[in-house]
Write a protein that binds this ligand. Structure first.
Ligand code: DX5
Ligand code: ZN
Length: 217
């Protein structure tokens, strides 16, 4: 599986999102963090903004739903023009049904796990998902420190996917920088979300290249 770099627009200028999208042309997808101030103690944007972003973004959208009741909302986000919709295992009532509803709209379905959430119960269900997101910080805010203690869970998922011959996207999100991306890649990640390290850079394109190089080393 090729490596994918996903800048997170959580760290972008929210008053100029269309312009910010032009700064990350070297990336593969753009990561959009949807927060509802219930599942996480922060609030960002919702469906109408995602629909417009899908219309103006040169890159496909990778949605990360940090919301309660994803069973209700994920299908609408899938229909909004995203390439992938990832929701949290901790918030879903029926994660398999929700993933199927996303896939039924021709969109990749992702399951996210908070740092303390075990992967064990999902190992027999990997076929139901296209992407597994191992959170490497507590969801809710950008600019936090990478949690290396999540790496055994990532390796566990990578091993399980390899055993089954699954071409799963294994994503990490939180604290990813040229310094930390190598550790995540070594443990099996192939999809990397980075907010502050990319949008905080004077040259986001150069940082995206640096991240790619560091992940491949
Ligand atoms: C955090 C979000 C992340 C966030 C990452 O809850 O899911 O996508 O933007 O930000 P950085 O890369 O700054 O840790
Ligand atoms: Zn995210």
């Amino acid at each position: 599986m090729a490596l994918h770099i996903h800048p997170s627009i959580l760290a972008a200028d929210f008053a100029n999102l269309e312009r910010e999208l032009q700064r990350i042309g070297e990336a593969d997808l753009v990561h959009v963090d949807v927060m509802d101030n219930h599942f996480v103690p922060n609030l960002t944007l919702g469906l109408p903004v995602v629909e417009r972003l899908a219309e103006v973004s040169p890159l496909p959208l990778d949605l990360h739903l940090m919301i309660d009741d994803p069973d209700r909302w994920a299908p609408d986000y899938a229909a909004a023009g995203a390439a992938s919709v990832t929701f949290h295992a901790e918030a879903a009532r029926d994660a398999v049904a929700t993933a199927r509803a996303i896939r039924a709209r021709g969109v990749r379905a992702g399951l996210a796990l908070k740092p303390a959430s075990s992967a064990d119960q999902w190992l027999p269900l990997l076929d139901e998902f296209d992407l597994l997101l191992v959170m490497t910080v507590e969801p809710g805010f950008g600019g936090q420190e990478f949690m290396a203690e999540t790496m055994p869970k990532l390796a566990q998922l990578a091993d399980a996917a390899a055993r089954e011959g699954r071409d799963l996207r294994l994503q990490v999100d939180g604290g990813i920088s040229p310094r930390t991306i190598g550790i995540a890649a070594e443990n099996g990640a192939n999809s990397f979300v980075a907010g502050s390290s990319i949008f905080g850079s004077a040259d986001p394109g150069a940082t995206i290249r640096e991240l790619r190089d560091a992940a491949q080393r």
